[in-house]
Design a protein around this ligand. Sequence first.
Ligand code: FE2
Ligand code: FE2
Length: 702
Amino acid sequence: MNISGNPSRKSVAYRTGKKKRKFFFFSETASPDFRSLALLLLVVFALTVIFLKWFFEDRVDGFLPGEPSARTYFALYPMKYVDEEGTYVLRSRVGDTIAGVLVRDGAGMDRLISRIEMMAEGDVVRLSLSPQLTDLIKSHPEEKRKRILQESARLADIYLQSQEGEAPAFTWSPEVLWREIEKLALPMEENNIIYQVLDEVLQPLARVDPDLTRALREDMAASLQAVERSVGPGDVLVEKGQVITDQAARILEMQGYSKVLFPWKQILFALILLPFWPLWLSIQAGGRDSGPDTEETFPWIYLAFIVGMSWVSEYASSLFQAQGMGALFLAGCAYLTLPSRLALQLVLGGGILAGLVATGFSTLQVLLVSFMGIVSAFGGFFLLRDVHSRGHFWKQLFLLGVIQTITGFIIRWAFSLPFSGSLLLSLVLAAALWSSLVIAVLPLLEDSFDVLSPLRLIELSHPSNPLLKKLQIEAAGTYHHSLMLGTLAETVADKLGMNANLLKAGAYFHDIGKLRRPVFFVENQMGGENVHDELKPSLSALVILSHVREGLELAEEYHLPRIIRSFIAEHHGTTCLSYFYRKAKTMGLSIPRDQFCYPGPRPRSRETGLLMLVDSVEAALRAEVRGTLSTPDIKDTIARVVDSKIAEGQLDNIDFTLRDLAVIRETLLSALQTMYHTRKVQEIKEKETLQKNNAKQEDDVQ
Ligand SMILES: [Fe+2]
Ligand SMILES: [Fe+2]
């Protein structure tokens, strides 16, 4: 198991150890599928925030397309838009100016030519006039009939030529025709007949082509550019009582106003998008979904909870026009309790999703909130990693809030959104509020989800901690051993890029169980009698082995975080007290070997594994105090202890690389050389005498 796949020097806060504890919302003992539970929790948060926004804002203050507006809507920022309705009206008008496209009627023209010829020949029969008119013409004498037909043919020919463009335009109308006939100076009766003949013979030689007319109208309309309009802040978009058209609805949405309708679309979008969240984290956090063991330790529920709470914060911020500040809450919680890289991914994903969940789906608001989430993620990465006190953390978080405020103003300026002094005040106040809130809820989160912040670790490691004070007074030797171990482990952890604060706190509490019976442990005997001399080896082993169980009981009593308890439980792994086992065998006692072994578990995290190595090396060196302690001795001891732990399989659950082990050896050598060489050789010789009786068992009771 690896509890620090993305190690951060100051911020590892995963759970380890058995799952026993009840959590604020969920018991993580119930099911190992925390990822699904986390997703469910996130969906609940998303739906809650979407519903809250709709219920308290959009439902009361929204608009409905096709219905009269309940209020007057003003433009919030300048925008240009295509006036679709205006464009349609304009294009319709242009189309209406085209009455029709006339085309020549070729067949009609041929027919007219042949009839003119018939009239010129005086052939009234083939002329195919109406029967009444034919009879009327026939009733006239031959000469008169010919004149009527020839004059008709002449006038018809003039009309034909005018239609072919060979004569002046001859606009066909009864008045014009009659005027031409009167010029003939014939008797009225003949004029009447000529008029009737021409009226039947002369048909319009052009007709309106509907297809061409439609095509021309469309061409003309298309050649007109769409009507663009622009609005500025404060311009009326829709007046109260005015029916909201589809176009007005679109503009209102673009301006950030919401519809009164239940946001089904937004809910659907959230439901489609949210399942990608755990997938994203799994990939970005470095393949944590690769096995059940890693899955078990990944704090899914906690991650979902702080992301969900940041959406609630975002919604609360939006009530005071401080959009985008919800990400500050997430950044504060994440960077303080998670490895930096995981926190970066979490804030990045959570911030972008906040834009979709908590903004009512308004395009610019989505953009604004998502962008501020991104700034929060990267800003937090640099500002919130190395905090060393609550005051310092508050300042850094507030500074991040100020950076977000500036970013928010830049985005508003870039998109011509309105900004004012009151908005600046809202944003700064929100930054201060969320920074304070994170500080306030952090202990609650740590307790509920069993996560640890570096602040909590620093507080735990402080000498004023009641359990450490008790250790200092009642088991001074163990206290000293723990402090020394803390320094060593912290140094190595720093070199390996692990959480040094966690190692230090773990070292301080790892042997806390020795408080029950301090004198049974050699470091507390101060040169006095060794109580084990009078005890059966099995009883000695029982007392020594029990310091792990009793340590866990004390940790429970003093409410130590579970990750600290894992150091108590795992620092001996399943090693055995070989000195007492050998002593029992020498005494002829037949006791099973496993009665001399710790129950385990073997270290399950890099941190507890490292502590086991450092603890064992330190104890072995104490046991090997020889007056001539020199550098090669320390080096050999370190190598021997590390190799034996590996050979015993105590580190089988940990992914230490060969390079890691080399760094551990070198750093321990360097630190221990300094520690041991500052002592005078004579002092060591004196100690050798004092500890002669205890030395061999020391390795068993670190
Ligand atoms: Fe121990
Ligand atoms: Fe120890």
